[in-house]
Design a protein around this ligand. Sequence first.
Ligand SMILES: Cc1cc2nc3c(=O)[nH]c(=O)nc-3n(C[C@H](O)[C@H](O)[C@H](O)COP(=O)(O)O)c2cc1C
Length: 181
Amino acid sequence: MKLVIAATGASGSIYLQRLLDCLRPQEHEVHLVLSEPAREVIAGELEELRIPPGILTHDDRDMNVPFVSGSARFDAMVVVPCSMGTMGRIAHGTSDSVILRAADVFLKERRKLILVPRETPWSLIHARNAVMLLEAGAVLLPAIPSFYNRPQTVQAVADTVVSRILDQLGVENPIAFRWAE
Ligand SMILES: Cc1cc2nc3c(=O)[nH]c(=O)nc-3n(C[C@H](O)[C@H](O)[C@H](O)COP(=O)(O)O)c2cc1C
């Protein structure tokens, strides 16, 4: 698969880290883009972002990447975590950064776009933007962990969200907990 993973300036860098840990760059072509605010939040929340070898990284301002054009064939894009700012900008098609343009392209090409928003509580503006994105075909997968597998560590809590992202992507899922299986 050809995948774009983007991170924006919402809390929840651990979700990004765990997703990168679980994807296999030897099997998938994985492109990573971080917004400037994402870098700040990551610096506050993690010792450092560990980028596994083989993952291709890009600047959010450099449009010289294949996935900002519909002509390049990609399978899916994940924005994790996704700020309310980015959610609103994608909903309104501003397209003025690599992340925003790529999301715009994935929507117009009817490719899988998975947004992992993190904010609470939501305003009506957030909710309306979410509805617009659902209508446009995005998958909204909020960073809402589950506890029915009794996670014992922060990583295990985060993995309950990351597992759902992996399932949505349709890739191998080494961290799945499947109820009643
Ligand atoms: C430490 C920190 C945590 C933040 N957490 C959130 C958050 O959980 N959700 C959110 O929507 N914005 C959050 N923000 C605000 C965004 O970073 C800010 O709106 C930024 O402009 C988003 O830009 P981006 O979407 O281009 O990354 C946070 C900011 C900081 C500094």
